[in-house]
Design a protein around this ligand. Structure first.
Ligand code: SAM
Length: 185
């Protein structure tokens, strides 16, 4: 399957700028879904804009698996995790290297797919892996950027998630944009 266009690693620095909070406030976006002690995944984590807040929310009793395909994104994430004293909670994993969905079957309470699915060539396989990794009752917050993804493309991805076994919840997880909550019953 052909690789979609991947966000260049140097753009990762713009994704961690504090001003982004005006549009994507991690506290507001994630707090309703993440509790202390949870095991969660930030898939397509880049330099960890959401991973660090996720680690603070799960606390030392939890785990945040941070998956990306680019080592440079994960290298910066490791440095930031140390700086913010959450390195013991964060587990960086690289696609094609040490990320193996089969090792995490039935382990996750929650997964974040924020602005990444449109970059993944085999979306059906991604949702199938997510379904296998989540516990029953586990949720995905799935968000896509409106400047790269049409509503029709977003609906197609949701259809693939449904085919993998997910149900779409009625609640709206973000005020604006392409965002949905998916649950594994
Ligand atoms: C637009 S960035 C979004 C980053 C982050 N979720 C955020 O909102 O700040 C997309 C990220 O997905 C990663 N990515 C692209 N294809 C991927 C794949 N097949 N598996 C895992 N990560 C991937 C890119 O390297 C990049 O870091």
């Amino acid at each position: 399957m052909e690789q979609e266009r991947i966000c260049p690693w140097w753009l990762g620095y713009t994704l961690i700028l504090p001003i982004r909070k005006l549009q994507h406030d991690p506290q507001k976006i994630l707090t309703p879904h993440v509790n202390p002690g949870m095991t969660v995944m930030d898939y397509g984590c880049a330099m960890g804009y959401f991973s660090i807040p996720l680690a603070r929310m799960t606390g030392s009793g939890g785990k945040v698996y941070c998956v990306d395909i680019q080592e440079k994104m994960l290298a910066k994430l490791r440095k930031r995790a140390a700086k913010y004293a959450v390195a013991d909670i964060i587990v960086p994993l690289q696609v094609g290297k040490d990320y193996h969905a089969a090792n995490l079957q039935g382990k996750l309470d929650f997964a974040l797919l924020f602005a990444v699915v449109h970059e993944v060539p085999d979306k059906a396989a991604l949702f199938a892996d997510m379904f296998a990794m989540l516990k029953p009752g586990g949720k995905i917050l799935f968000v896509e950027p409106q400047n790269h993804v049409t509503t029709e493309e977003f609906r197609k991805s949701i259809a693939m998630a449904r085919d993998a076994g997910f149900n779409e919840l009625d609640e709206k997880p973000l005020k604006k944009g392409l965002a949905v909550l998916l649950v594994k019953y």
